[in-house]
Design a protein around this ligand. Structure first.
Ligand SMILES: Cc1cc2nc3c(=O)[nH]c(=O)nc-3n(C[C@H](O)[C@H](O)[C@H](O)COP(=O)(O)OP(=O)(O)OC[C@H]3O[C@@H](n4cnc5c(N)ncnc54)[C@H](O)[C@@H]3O)c2cc1C
Length: 446
């Protein structure tokens, strides 16, 4: 590795952090994972990324690519390998005012994007947390507070600049390298390092945003009513329903419906949100007009030793009643997992199924369960969690890569149905035949 490192030092303008370096202690970890890589590279330009990729390929060591470092599976670090940490590629620049085109560095976070776009009255539907990376979230989906109106974050990508496994810079769009453009919109970090995205942003006003809570005892009715309403509600409304929160009483925790109404007209907002208020006995309601950028929360890093088991699946319209019934019963059981249900229809479902590598366009809901805690607590809760998923299995399908803490063959098969996987594998063969980019929900070259 030493001669490769010498070449890297010559070609690389960014920071090279080795175990003896002062920054190593913080550089070796992501928000959810601790690694011990041989070195962490912090490129400052696409040229640095090219040098980093060539270096990694020449060493044969495992390569992790880190955007915002929030991946649940901990792909953004490793033991003994190389990490390319994109955090210094964080520019946000409006490049076409009329078309609202914005160029964003592959290591920017959504908080940086929201803050930079707010003064221009623009936003991009992304996620709910400031410190989450544009890279990881966008490359496999991106379910944010305007998802029903503007689709997934990846649906708003117009072009990207990618450094592929041989160190070349490739521009992708509908016209340029369209198959690679298709693959990076859903296929994750499998095909190269995205050094910059070009997004079509959308004008935004302040939005009505907040939470309406109901007693746990009304969970079954509220869940059903919420899902029925969201099926036909105006697409300006995006909503997530959370319940059985272990930090708020587990089975006794309130059912909380988080709501974002994309608009600042109070009458229209009330007309759209009121049907949710009528679903049960409202115990709290803090919905207020909020700058879009303030709807994103600060992320917090869990304490050392806390493990996460996060699982998810989609439900189509026909299975929604059974799924919600099972979840309501699970939420009322002793020591339930934290359960979240996201409404993912609207604009997501209008994009043709083969337009991007995100395959779950027809789902109506996404179910996410989370257990978190020290290892013994997580292990104790696992059998009950498995039992819930065994009951759900006949009624759900597919999975969203961004809400997985694991990366088994089964997980990859759930994320990519076989037709999608085959097409991705063909793109992988062309752009990464040696599987350099393997620290992800991995697609193997055909
Ligand atoms: C607190 C929290 C809140 C969240 N909220 C939401 C939400 O509201 N909606 C939602 O859809 N998801 C959400 N997520 C999930 C989130 O989308 C994923 O965790 C995502 O992988 C994080 O991206 P990252 O860049 O921060 O992570 P990283 O760990 O840095 O990267 C994850 C993966 O993406 C690849 N990658 C990242 N950047 C690039 C790049 N520029 N080029 C090539 N590959 C790259 C990496 O190789 C890695 O495989 C949330 C996660 C957390 C922890």
């Amino acid at each position: 590795m030493s001669s490769a490192l010498e070449t890297l030092r010559r070609d690389f303008g960014g920071n090279i952090i080795e175990p003896s370096g002062a920054e190593y202690e913080s550089a070796r970890r992501t928000v959810l994972a601790l690694g011990r890589p041989a070195c962490v590279l912090r490129p400052r330009s696409a040229g640095d990324v090219q040098a980093g990729v060539r270096f990694a390929a020449s060493t044969g060591l495992l390569l992790s690519v880190r955007g915002g470092g929030h991946g649940f599976a901990g792909f953004g670090t490793n033991d003994g390998g190389i990490v390319i940490d994109l955090s210094e590629l964080a520019h946000v620049k409006i490049i076409d005012k009329e078309r609202h085109l914005v160029r964003i560095g592959g290591g920017a976070t959504w908080g940086q994007v929201a803050a930079a776009l707010a003064p221009h009255g623009l936003a991009i539907s992304s996620g709910d947390t400031k410190s989450v990376g544009v890279g990881g979230l966008t490359l496999t989906g991106g379910i944010g507070w305007k998802v029903r109106k503007y689709g997934l974050a990846l649906d708003n990508v117009a072009a990207a600049e990618v450094v592929t496994a041989n160190g070349e810079v490739v521009r992708v769009s509908a016209e340029e390298n369209p198959e690679l453009f298709w693959a990076i919109r859903g296929g994750g970090g499998n095909f190269g390092i995205v050094t910059a995205f070009e997004f079509a942003a959308h004008p935004t006003t302040d939005v009505f945003f907040g939470k309406i809570a109901f007693p746990a005892s009304q969970a079954a009715t509220v869940l059903r009513g919420w899902a029925d309403y969201l099926r036909t509600a105006p697409e300006a409304l995006t909503s997530v329903l959370d319940f059985a929160n272990p930090f708020a009483g587990g089975p006794g925790a309130p059912v909380e419906i988080r709501v974002a109404f994309d608009g600042d007209d109070p009458q229209l907002a009330a007309r759209t949100i009121d049907p949710i208020r009528r679903l049960g006995t409202v115990t709290s309601d803090d919905i207020a007009l909020t700058p879009y950028a303030d709807t994103l929360v600060d992320g917090t890093a869990p304490s050392a030793g806390i493990q996460f088991v996060i699982r998810n699946a989609f439900a189509g319209k026909e299975s929604v009643p059974e799924v919600l019934q099972i979840l309501a019963e699970a939420g009322a059981s002793q020591r339930p997992p934290f359960i979240a249900v996201r409404s993912v229809g609207g604009a997501v479902s209008r994009v043709p199924g083969d337009a991007t590598a995100y395959a779950h366009r027809q789902a109506e809901l996404m179910v996410v369960t989370t257990i978190a805690g020290p290892e013994p607590a997580v292990e104790a809760a696992r059998p009950a969690l498995d039992a819930i998923w065994t009951r759900l299995a006949p009624h759900v399908n597919g999975a969203y890569a961004n809400f997985f803490a694991s990366a088994t063959e089964e997980d990859v098969a759930a994320i990519y149905p076989s037709q999608t996987y085959k097409r991705l594998a063909a793109v992988k063969r062309r752009y990464d035949p040696g599987n350099l980019f393997a620290r992800n929900h991995n697609v193997r070259p055909l």
